[in-house]
Write a protein that binds this ligand. Structure first.
Ligand SMILES: *Cc1c(COP(=O)(O)O)cnc(C)c1O
Length: 442
């Protein structure tokens, strides 16, 4: 498998072996994020001129002679919609290889299977619950995989290095973490991993920031991971996952491509088409998610009914400088424009994706009252869709973590997580304010 053109590196080649998009992709190399999201993998159909790719539901493809085909044999191995989406994902992450899977969890399973037996994984401690479960209960019990869960935010270099083993093959980073939005300094962890003789791969779960706010490959990561279910698809109607790798990892990409087909946890053509449609507005949505989340975070911060607001774009966040310095080039451009426009209210705050957590005064009762008093924020798990959602992690997404450990992670009964959507800013701010009033009025 030869790499598709990489959008941040020097040209590495023109074909990805299965996409008809190469010539246009080459021309698009220097285009901005939104232009790539809309055009790469979406060339007008050469037969009909349709500007939107048709949905290709065929499971099998005619061969003109044995082994003579147009790049497609059987839909699990590759189909036009999945291939198109994969080339778009690679283009917007600045990578060379994109691989799509049936869910984020199927992606986790495939990438960990690629490590082989008896590997050691070093993971950030408050990793996504499903990732923790897979590492411990599936890879641990069936693949002989051992693991260490380390506080990659606060531990010093020596402490982190001491957690590496001779067989450490993968470092799993998630930043910001869920739901307390702690950041991992990706270049620092990459440097530590590279300095260790086990030379592990560094994977970054970039789900919470999306390819718009963060480009982990530019920060030295080996693999970027997404639950496409969240921001990338963005409309709460597709479950899907993806990996993106840089051009230097051809052999690993080939291995993952083999496993994608052999394990068979692949997304359908229809879901691939939907996710690609969602992806075309990712840059617009992420800007709106960011500005709305910042406005909601500020409104919460000024409320007497709120103890504490967690949003990396607020100066009160202990790692706000790291958040700023880790912005992707395209997000930095947007953030600078945003700051210029709002120079009069310059307080060093900035949009940083759409997730906001806060601690309401009181406990479980107040949290419950708030969550049933919102009009626009729907009480539900998941995140990243155009509609705003709210949940209480202690009882919902993080309910399986033992209470003592939850307490250590700062996940109390009064912690509320918001996925701020792209509705009108004023309506969301008003909704949060009226729900707080309703919670505390007797
Ligand atoms: C949702 C999520 C996953 C798992 O993805 P699924 O598509 O639900 O399988 C992994 N990581 C993060 C950060 C997530 O939010």
């Amino acid at each position: 498998m030869s790499p598709a053109p990489s959008y941040f590196d020097k040209p590495t080649g023109l074909t990805n072996g299965h996409s008809a998009t190469n010539v246009t992709s080459f021309k698009l190399r220097h285009d901005g994020f939104g232009t790539r999201a809309i055009h790469v993998g979406s060339e007008p159909n050469s037969e009909t001129g349709a500007v939107i790719p048709p949905i290709s539901l065929a499971t099998t493809y005619k061969q003109d002679g044995v082994g003579k085909h147009k790049g497609f044999e059987y839909s699990r191995s590759g189909n036009p919609n999945r291939n198109a989406l994969e080339s778009t994902l690679a283009a917007i992450e600045g990578g060379a290889f994109g691989l799509a899977f049936a869910s984020g969890s199927a992606t986790t399973a495939t990438v960990i299977t690629a490590l082989g037996p008896d590997a050691h994984i070093l993971s950030v401690n408050d990793v996504y619950g499903g990732t923790y479960r897979y590492i411990k209960r599936v890879a641990g019990e069936n693949q002989g995989v051992t693991s260490s869960f380390v506080n990659l935010q606060d531990e010093d270099d020596a402490a982190i290095l001491s957690a590496f083993q001779p067989n450490t093959k993968l470092v799993w980073i998630e930043s910001p973490t869920n739901p307390t939005l702690r950041l991992v300094d990706i270049p620092r962890i990459v440097r530590l991993a590279k300095s260790h003789p086990s030379k592990p791969l560094v994977l970054v779960d970039n789900t919470f920031l999306s390819p718009f706010y963060s480009s982990p490959l530019l920060q030295g990561a080996d693999i970027v991971y997404h639950s496409v279910t969240k921001y990338i698809n963005g409309h709460s109607d597709v479950v899907m996952g993806a990996l993106v790798l840089p051009a230097r990892h051809t052999a690993l990409a080939e291995k993952l491509r083999f496993l994608q087909n052999a394990i068979g946890a692949v997304p359908s053509a229809y879901d691939s088409w939907l996710a690609q449609r969602g992806l075309k507005t990712l840059h617009l949505r992420m800007k709106a998610h960011g500005t709305n989340a910042l406005a909601v975070a500020k409104a919460l911060q000024s409320s007497p009914y709120v103890e504490d607001v967690i949003y990396p774009g607020l100066p009160s966040h202990p790692q706000t400088a790291l958040a700023y310095h880790s912005l992707s080039p395209h997000a930095l451009k947007f953030v600078e424009q945003f700051r210029e426009q709002y120079a009069s209210i310059d307080d060093n705050s900035f949009p940083y994706s759409g997730m906001v957590s806060f601690r309401i005064r009181g406990g479980a009762e107040e949290a419950d009252k708030f969550l049933t008093s919102t009009r626009l924020f729907t009480l539900a798990e998941s995140l990243g869709g155009v509609e705003s959602l709210a949940e209480v992690p202690a009882q919902m997404t993080h309910g399986s973590i033992p209470p003592a450990e939850r307490e250590l992670l700062g996940i109390g009964d009064n912690l509320i997580r918001l996925s701020v959507g792209v509705e009108e800013t004023e309506d969301l701010v008003r909704d949060v304010e009226q729900a707080l009033e309703a919670t505390f009025s007797t």
